[in-house]
Ligand binder design. Structure first.
Ligand SMILES: [Zn+2]
Length: 292
């Protein structure tokens, strides 16, 4: 009887192992990558191709300045080989990084910002007194070329067997980004008015790359006081601005009020799209219309 039980147990065990293997055949040899924000996932997918499975922490529409990872995402991190962080002071990364590393001791880290010259946060065209850095560095194609290099190096280190492929896809992507940079330069070349008004100040690197001036309504995701509202409305009027740019991650009710006061409209630009290159093209169209 004991024998029968034992055989039955082994049969079950065999099927359990067999089924487990069947259920996840695609994952064998696939590098599990977690990116903190969607634009970084784009780089991992383009460079890693079929050798990687990429997931994103901050979900679409989520705000990285106030986001907290879910238990499911923490579990996924436990299986991941590589975590790509923005590394530029995005709040949740700083709060959670120690936890991330403690649940997965073999987790490799890729720092997206390495080698990128961070810009200080500006307000009213002036550098902030507390000297904070603007975290949104990925929104310039030239910085994208550096991110591409960083992700390429991390993937090659985590999976040396496919190094040549990672290097080749990264080179291709960098060439595309250089063309994209020129394309956007060309499109913005004729603009006389080069000031735009954006509610959340995510476009400082874009402005810097293309010689534009970003006027931002809010700071650090805080609601504007009536006094700040009045100031930004006056500033917008003085600069003949008629479009307030908003992003899907932030409430647009104050932006709508500003737009109403200046007799203008709101338009959406997304600083966190996973469709990196097309999103920069779409944003360029929005900026051109806003500055026209
Ligand atoms: Zn932001």
């Amino acid at each position: 009887m004991a024998n029968i039980v034992r055989n039955f147990f082994y049969t079950l065990l065999f099927f359990a192992l067999f089924l487990d293997g069947c259920a996840r055949p695609a994952e064998t040899g696939t590098l599990q990558v977690v990116a903190s924000i969607a634009p970084l996932a784009y780089f991992a997918e383009r460079i890693g191709g079929t050798h990687v499975a990429v997931s994103v922490m901050v979900p679409p529409g989520g705000n990285p300045h106030s986001y907290e990872p879910s238990p499911r995402q923490m579990a996924r991190l436990g299986d991941a080989a590589l975590f790509i962080k923005a590394g530029s002071g995005v709040e949740f990364e700083m709060d959670w990084m120690e936890r991330f590393l403690s649940i997965n001791r073999s987790l490799r880290l890729c720092n997206g910002v390495e080698g990128i010259r961070l810009l200080r946060v500006k307000h009213d065209g002036l550098v902030h007194q507390d000297g904070r850095y603007d975290p949104h560095y990925w929104l310039s194609p030239v910085n994208g070329m550096i991110i591409s290099k960083n992700v390429e190096r991390a993937l090659a280190a985590a999976d040396p067997a496919h190094r040549a492929e990672y290097v080749a896809s990264s080179a291709k992507l960098q060439a595309e980004l250089q063309l994209l940079d020129r394309e956007i330069q060309r499109e913005l070349a004729g603009l006389k008015n080069r000031r735009f008004l954006v509610f959340h100040p995510a476009w400082g690197y874009y402005a810097d790359a293309f010689r534009l001036q970003q006027i931002a309504a809010e700071e650090e995701g805080k609601t504007l006081t009536p006094r700040q509202m009045q100031r930004i409305i006056e500033q917008a009027k003085a600069n003949h601005i008629t479009v307030v740019l908003v992003s899907p991650q932030f409430s647009s009710s104050q932006a709508e009020t500003i737009a109403r006061e200046i007799g203008g409209t709101i338009r959406s630009v997304d600083p966190l799209s996973s469709d990196y290159q097309n999103n920069l093209r779409r944003a360029t169209t929005a900026f051109i219309e806003a500055m026209r």
